[in-house]
Design a protein around this ligand. Structure first.
Ligand code: A2P
Length: 261
C-alpha cells in the first residue's frame, strides 16, 4: 500500500438528524494533523466490482484537539458514496485520506474584530470545527455563525452543536457571549426567514445581530454552502469592500473550495 493511500478508520458513532442528514465520528490516527476548518477525502472500502474506492472531500466537523474525527453529511439515495456511507454502523470501516487541506482557516484571514461564518445546509461542518477551537476566540472578539436551511428540522445539527458547546469544559467558558448563532429558514415559517444573501442585502442580519453592516476594516468572513450560495455571498462581500484571502495572502474573506457530491 502506498504512503498516500487512505488509512482505514473505525466508525465510533453515527447520529441521524433527518432522513437527509447524518453525522458520524471515526478514529483519528496519531499522525493525522489538521487545522480546524480543513477538509479531507473520505470513502468506503471498495466493493468487488470497484477498481478503486470512491472518495469525496468532506469538511472535518470536529476541532483539531479532539481524539476522534467527525463529519456531517447529506444522504443521496443513489449517490456513489453517500448511498453506502449513510448505512454505516459503529465498528464499520471508513477510509480517510492522509492529507487534510483547505481554505476556511484562520491563517487565511487578516486580524479583525468580528468573524462571520455564513453557512447553508451541510456547509456548517467546517464551522462546527472552528467554533470549538479556542484559537477562534483568541483571535476575534465576536463570532457570528449563520446557518440557513430549507426546512426547520435541518437546523437540528447546528442547534445541538451549540447547546453541547456551551456545556463544553474546554471552550464553553471561553465562549461566554462571544458566539452568536443565527438561524434562518427559506421554505417554511420561521422567526427569521430568507436566504443569507437577502438578509445581508436588506440589512436584517445586522439588525438581528445588533451590529453595524459589514466593514472591511473590522469584519472577517468565511463562507460555506452550495457553489451558487458561495459565489453569490462572496460577490456580496465584495460589494462591501472585502477581498478574498488565501493561506499565502490573508485578507478579509475566504470561501470553501471542496464540494461533496
Ligand atoms: P432556497 O430555499 O431559497 O433555495 P440547498 O439545499 O439547495 O443547498 O439550500 C440550502 C439553503 O441555501 C436553502 O435555504 C437555500 O435557499 C439557500 N440557497 C440556495 N442557493 C443560494 C444562493 N445562491 N445564495 C444564498 N442562499 C442560497
Amino acid at each position: 500500500m502506498s504512503a498516500n493511500a487512505p488509512t482505514e478508520e473505525k466508525v465510533l458513532s453515527v447520529e441521524h438528524f433527518t432522513d437527509r442528514l447524518f453525522a458520524f465520528a471515526i478514529t483519528r490516527p496519531q499522525a493525522f494533523r489538521f487545522r480546524s476548518g480543513e477538509f479531507v477525502m473520505i470513502g468506503m472500502p471498495k466493493t468487488e466490482e470497484q477498481k478503486r474506492p470512491v472518495m469525496r472531500a468532506y469538511s472535518i466537523a470536529s476541532p483539531s484537539w479532539d481524539d476522534k474525527v467527525e463529519f456531517f453529511s447529506i444522504k443521496v439515495e443513489d449517490g456513489p458514496l453517500t448511498s453506502r456511507l449513510q448505512k454505516i454502523q459503529p465498528g464499520d470501516t471508513v477510509l480517510m485520506g492522509r492529507k487534510p487541506v483547505g481554505t476556511l482557516v484562520l491563517d487565511a484571514l487578516l486580524p479583525g474584530k468580528r468573524l462571520y461564518m455564513f453557512s447553508t445546509g451541510t456547509g456548517i461542518a467546517p464551522f462546527a470545527s472552528l467554533i470549538r477551537d479556542p484559537e477562534t476566540y483568541e483571535r476575534f472578539d465576536q463570532v457570528i455563525l449563520t446557518h440557513t436551511c430549507r426546512q426547520v428540522e435541518e437546523l437540528s445539527y447546528g442547534l445541538k452543536l451549540i447547546e453541547d458547546l456551551r456545556e463544553d469544559p474546554l471552550v464553553g467558558e471561553m465562549i461566554g457571549d462571544k458566539l452568536l448563532h443565527i438561524t434562518s429558514v427559506t421554505r417554511e415559517n420561521y422567526p427569521l426567514k430568507g436566504r443569507i444573501t437577502d438578509l445581508i442585502q436588506s440589512g436584517k442580519l445586522f439588525e438581528h445581530a445588533g451590529v453595524p453592516k459589514l466593514d472591511p476594516k473590522e469584519d472577517r468572513v468565511m463562507i460555506c454552502g452550495s457553489k451558487d450560495m458561495i459565489d453569490d455571498t462572496a460577490a456580496l462581500c465584495e460589494t462591501f469592500g472585502l477581498t478574498e484571502g488565501s493561506n499565502s495572502d490573508p485578507r478579509e474573506f475566504v470561501i470553501e473550495k471542496a464540494f461533496v457530491g
